[in-house]
Design a binder for this molecule. Structure first.
Ligand code: NAI
Length: 463
């Protein structure tokens, strides 16, 4: 077996892994990366963030062209859907971006191994016919869709987000299990393209973890768009029928549809890694256990084994994984690395988008933190009026005593971009007064952020 040596081997070429590899190479390490898939970029680029955003954009344009242009004085006649072309465009975007990661690996002189990586007892790693010895190994193997007892994800018409990115026909009726991020994003895509979409959610609210007021507002908006929400529904099974699928719900009648999309969360992916051989332990939820500096229990004086991204504790977000990738690369190469978990933004790419950073009102109340709140609706924002995007609002939560911003929540068009200013401000320890005093260009949606900051002190101008 050919034996290769590297300073660092990164297992998994998703956003956590490939960013870690690039940063380590920038810092002078001899780096290798391994992935079981031919296309680099992980779930995010291949079957997650990127293809879903491509379809969200296409389906949004389709819906706008059909229903929203006439009031602008634009007549377009018949609007037809070419789903094949839409999917082809999405596949083209994925191909370009995954190819781009390959080029970045070459540019940074990172060796790429294709195959499933497995630890050996001496902490070397086998990938196909190669055995790799590295001083440091970073596990960045990501996550995969999880299911419910009684639901077999391999059955036809019982789908995960991966299949729901590639339907060759718009389902007449799509049942979505779980009103989390994936359910709302992909549910929106297929509703816009003409499917009846029913979302079954176990809790009495959508988007658990998000600020409750924002989630309630968002639910009203999505329901108005045509998504049918059934809350308080504990799904207990799904099975294929002659014509489609049947979903069973505890204490309620079965529901039937053409297809069912299961999005009840994701689980860490460690299959085939042989973690036990290297002494790497998993926690009760199957995540790789890490301690200080992302170090796993498998680390020794000879080999440091680290883990980052979806496979460890924390939100399963590409940008969280990227930050951890940079931090661990810097720790390995220089002894210093940092990540601020309090300022990681969260975005749901529906229309309008839902974006947040920092604490929710519920979290502040639970922690007994006294806060002041400033809200500003997009209805009172000039740009929002001009572009027909008046739905939603900005809410800023600031510490009652110090005025330091503790959380920002935005429901609105472009919220995902607006939240960047808020995350940056929070990273610098800004007060709501700091945001309120900063000049925001007119007419922009960002003025609503400034106005919400002014509203913390009861001095918004336009309401
Ligand atoms: P999620 O954790 O966001 O939502 C799952 C939902 O399923 C919850 O509301 C839960 O209450 C519900 N549920 C669980 N068991 C149920 C049952 N028996 N019956 C009915 N409902 C049930 O999970 P999701 O949407 O699958 O996303 C997985 C991960 O992917 C998330 O952690 C998310 O962070 C990440 N992701 C992030 C995106 C983004 O940042 N825009 C986009 C897509 C995924």
């Amino acid at each position: 077996m050919p034996e290769q040596t590297h300073d660092l081997l990164v297992i998994g070429a998703g956003p956590g892994g490939y960013v870690c590899a690039i940063r380590a190479a920038q810092l002078g390490l001899n780096v290798a990366i391994a992935d079981k898939e031919k296309a680099l970029g992980g779930t995010c680029l291949r079957v997650g963030c990127i293809p879903s955003k491509a379809l969200l954009e296409s389906s949004h344009l389709y819906e706008q062209t059909k229903h929203e242009l006439e009031s602008h004085g634009i007549k377009v006649g018949n609007v037809d859907l070419d789903l094949g072309a839409m999917r082809k465009r999405k596949d083209g975007v994925v191909k370009q971006l995954t190819g781009g990661i390959g080029s970045l690996m070459k540019k940074n002189k990172i060796a790429v191994y294709h195959g499933t990586a497995a630890f050996n007892e001496d902490k070397s790693v086998s990938i196909g016919k190669d055995t790799i010895k590295a001083k440091h190994v970073v596990i960045a193997t990501g996550s995969e869709p999880s299911s419910l007892p009684g639901i077999d994800l391999s059955a036809d018409r019982i789908d995960t987000s991966t299949e729901a990115l590639d339907y060759d026909k718009v389902p007449d009726h799509l049942i979505v299990i779980g009103a989390g991020v994936i359910g709302l994003e992909l549910g929106s895509v297929w509703r816009r393209l003409g499917a009846k979409v029913t979302v079954l959610e176990y809790l009495d609210r959508i988007m658990p973890g998000l600020d409750a007021e924002m989630a309630k507002e968002a639910q009203k908006v999505f329901a108005k768009q045509g998504i049918d929400f059934k809350l308080g529904c504990k799904v207990t099974g799904a099975e294929k029928t002659k014509k489609g699928v049947k979903v069973s719900i505890e204490g309620q009648d079965d529901v039937e549809a053409d297809r069912v999309l299961v999005c009840v969360g994701r689980k860490p992916h460690t299959a085939g890694l042989n973690c036990d051989k290297a002494g790497v332990e998993l926690d009760e939820r199957g995540r790789v256990k890490i301690g200080e500096h992302f170090k796993t229990t498998g680390s020794s004086d000879e080999v440091g084994i680290y883990a980052i991204g979806d496979v460890v504790v924390g939100p399963m977000l590409a940008h969280k994984a990227e930050e951890e990738g940079v931090a661990v690369a810097e720790l390995i190469a220089t002894g210093h690395g940092h990540i601020d978990y309090d300022t990681i933004p969260n975005i749901v790419y529906t229309e309008p988008e839902v974006a947040s950073v920092g604490k929710t009102e519920e979290e502040l109340k639970d922690a007994g933190v006294k806060y002041r709140k400033g809200k500003f609706p997009f209805l009172a924002n000039g740009r929002a009026k001009a572009i027909d995007a008046t739905t939603g609002m900005v809410k800023i939560l600031a510490d009652e005593a110090t005025d330091r911003v503790l959380g920002v929540h935005i429901l609105g068009h472009g919220a995902g971009d607006l939240i960047a200013e808020c995350a940056t401000s929070m990273a610098f320890g800004a007060s709501s007064e700091d945001i309120a005093r900063a000049c925001h260009a007119h007419p922009t949606m960002s003025e609503a952020v400034k106005e919400a900051a002014l509203a913390v002190d009861g001095r918004a101008i336009h309401i």
